[in-house]
Design a protein around this ligand. Structure first.
Ligand SMILES: C[S@@+](CC[C@H](N)C(=O)[O-])C[C@H]1O[C@@H](n2cnc3c(N)ncnc32)[C@H](O)[C@@H]1O
Length: 435
């Protein structure tokens, strides 16, 4: 593809994302490239990366476009991105918007004036309202300030960068060193992650899904923060464990490995599609102590299993505000109404699952959210409604689970964030049913 054709593809992809605002951008991007098989892998990566840059910086780009009087359209967003985020000059943009069959139409005089005015400006400008300068939607500013205090700007900046790709070595098949060596032999370098005893980080993007190490179940893709949640459940061989919001079993796999395939783990979810996605992964990882259960309306599964579990992991549906560096479009899709609805759902799931926990057993509540309403407040309210549970402080739960040094965390809950820990934003609380 020529540089101009790439720009045209970015504009088309951003337009597709805009046409389905409630749909995650990566699903739209998959469809976009599936319908354009002629775009080779190098071009695909370049187009997706730039489109992601536009989506990630959209709040700021919109502000700049308003300042120079251009409508907030994909064509202009990409123009502003080239200038403000990639440092293109007016001449460069002029050549990029080359006109012709496969290229964006040439700049008109108004656009040319606007691009000239943008050149030399800062993407994050001190004239911007604070939320836009921090690249946060208005509604998120106060909850994020409560969460991060004086670290707000540093955390917001960390959420602006692309996330690394983390892997978890599957201890059912190998050791972390063994997995790293197998990957290195295939030309895929990795580094150990700072906190997870199973974690490997890829310094650059390599096609991990096509590797033999992946096909052989030596590694899974999993953010280090997710690995730490699985670790914090403290599941041991022989225990009975429920992973109540298991999705496609990301954490089930990690927990099963800590159980050494001994005992029983049930992966539950309301989504059959997600649970189906678990089948192949469980097989590849060599997990044979797991079963799946689809939760349906009127299901008596929970009632029949009251008090039967040593560990119940609730990896609750949430806003995903902790994954904004991975899903840059999500910060624009999420609304305060979503936050309220999800908080209600989390409360309901917690009340449903509490009876599953046996005496002395533990309920582990986790989200990939940074919002106090879904995290600290949710757990505080749960403990008021359920005095039969008590808090297991983070450090105690950690030290019971592993000899590895803990990540720096204050207080009772494990709260992880991109700037401080290099992980996505996560929250986890360990709650124990009194004996
Ligand atoms: C954060 S995701 C889980 C991710 C998964 N644990 C992992 O590590 O890959 C939340 C999951 O909760 C499920 N869910 C939503 N409502 C639920 C409910 N009422 N009961 C159980 N699961 C629910 C969703 O289908 C989704 O798969």
């Amino acid at each position: 593809m020529t540089p101009s054709a790439r720009i045209a593809a970015v504009i088309a992809l951003v337009a597709d994302v805009d046409a389905t605002p409630r749909r995650p951008a990566d699903a739209t991007a998959n469809d976009f490239f599936r319908g354009r098989r002629y775009i080779g892998s190098g071009d695909r990566r370049a187009v997706a990366e730039r489109a992601w840059g536009v989506l990630r910086q959209r709040l700021r780009l919109n502000w700049h476009l308003q300042q120079v009087g251009l409508p907030l359209e994909p064509r202009h967003l990409v123009m502003a991105h080239l200038v403000l985020a990639e440092g293109w000059t007016l001449d460069g943009v002029d050549q990029g918007y080359a006109g012709g069959r496969f290229n964006p139409p040439p700049l008109d005089p108004g656009e040319r004036r606007a691009v000239a005015a943008l050149a030399g400006r800062q993407l994050a400008s001190s004239d911007m309202p604070e939320a836009i300068r921090l690249n946060l939607p208005d509604w998120a500013l106060e909850p994020f300030r409560i969460r991060f205090g004086t670290e707000l700007a540093a955390e917001a900046e960390a959420m602006d960068s692309a996330a690394p790709l983390d892997l978890r070595a599957n201890l059912l098949r190998t050791t972390r060193e063994g997995a790293a060596a197998a990957l290195a032999a295939e030309g895929i370098p990795t580094e150990v992650t700072p906190w997870s005893p199973w974690g490997l980080r890829m310094p650059d993007r390599r096609p991990i899904l096509a590797s033999k190490a992946f096909a052989d179940g030596l590694v899974e893709i999993q953010d280090e923060g997710s690995q730490l949640i699985a670790l914090l459940t403290g599941a041991k061989p022989g225990m009975r464990v429920a992973d109540y919001c298991a999705g496609a079993a990301g954490k089930t796999l990690a927990v099963a490995a800590t159980m050494g395939n001994k005992g029983r783990i049930v992966a539950c979810d309301v989504s059959n599609t997600r649970l189906e996605g678990a089948v192949k992964r469980l097989r590849r990882a060599g997990v044979d102590n797991a079963e799946r259960h689809l939760l349906e309306p009127g299901d008596r599964w929970v009632k029949r299993r009251a008090g039967q579990f040593d560990r119940v992991l609730v990896d609750a549906p949430c806003t995903g505000t902790g994954t904004w560096r991975r899903n840059p479009d999500a910060r624009l899709r999420t609304t305060p109404r979503d936050v309220r609805e999800l908080a209600d759902k989390q409360r309901e799931i917690l009340d449903t699952t509490a009876p599953l926990v046996g005496k002395g057993g533990r309920l582990i509540y986790a989200t990939c959210s940074l919002l106090p309403e879904e995290n600290v407040a949710q757990v505080d309210n749960f403990l008021v409604r359920h005095p039969e549970f008590e808090t297991v402080p983070f450090l105690q739960a950690w030290q019971e689970a592993t000899d590895s040094p803990p990540p720096p965390v204050e207080g009772n809950w494990m709260q992880l964030s991109p700037h401080r820990h290099g992980t996505d934003g996560f929250f986890a609380a360990v709650l124990q049913r009194r004996a």
